[in-house]
Design a protein around this ligand. Structure first.
Ligand SMILES: [Zn+2]
Ligand SMILES: [Zn+2]
Length: 216
């Protein structure tokens, strides 16, 4: 394995921040509220240089510590283009935050199919809208690992009742994720890890039901 992954559940919803570490550099996925002290301690202990922040989607429980990290690291924040506005203007998606969220000056915009790197590991950006318009999953095909944010959890999917959610698109997304290899290890934005194989049966049923609903 060319990469090691640590999860750091933090904040009021125990959002999983993930630290992806190669032999040299490291990337934080979803810097959740108050995850920074633990992330910094791991970086120091493992002697890694932080090279970027990747955001699975723009909800504040996944982005709150961007500023705390950027205070000590001059690094880009990568987010899907459809969720970027909510980082630049926090709260513009109509979801109230429990803590003050500082706006980001800029973000690097992602598209479906982009390939990101940590050391020599490759992560494909899968656009998986439904929970939010710009939700992504990050897929390492070589290692069989999928970071799913709030799109897919063990036993359930992300909330699709938010103003910017789309049940129809979540249906398409679940269908797309169902086609990944069964052994794919799913690392979600909340709660424990699972696999595509363990979730596939309910995902297929939900995919069908949700796609019956016309997009509004
Ligand atoms: Zn969310
Ligand atoms: Zn969340």
């Amino acid at each position: 394995m060319s990469i090691s992954i640590q999860s750091i559940p933090s904040g009021p919803f125990q959002t999983n921040a993930y630290l992806l570490m190669s032999s040299s550099d490291a990337v934080v996925v979803d810097p959740s509220p108050r995850s920074t002290p633990k992330l910094e301690a791991l970086l120091k202990e493992q002697q890694k240089t932080l090279s970027a922040i990747w955001i699975t989607h723009s909800h504040w429980d996944h982005t709150a510590d961007c500023h705390a990290l950027l205070a000590h690291h001059d690094i880009p924040v990568l987010v899907h283009r459809f969720d970027a506005e909510n980082l630049i203007h926090p709260g513009s998606d109509g979801i109230p935050s429990w803590i003050p969220i500082k706006p980001l000056a800029s973000a690097t915009l992602l598209n479906d199919g982009d390939v990101l790197h940590v050391g020599n590991s490759s992560w494909i950006v899968l656009h998986t809208p439904g929970h939010s318009p710009g939700s992504i999953c990050l897929y390492n095909a070589e290692e069989g690992i999928l970071l799913t944010g709030d799109t897919l959890f063990k036993g359930t999917m992300g909330n699709i009742s938010f103003p910017t959610s789309s049940p129809f698109l979540m249906g398409q997304t679940l269908q797309k994720l169902c086609s990944l290899p069964k052994a794919t290890r799913v690392l979600p934005g909340h709660g424990p890890a699972t696999t595509i194989g363990a979730e596939q049966s309910w995902m297929a049923v939900s995919a069908e039901q949700l796609q019956d609903k016309e997009p509004s």
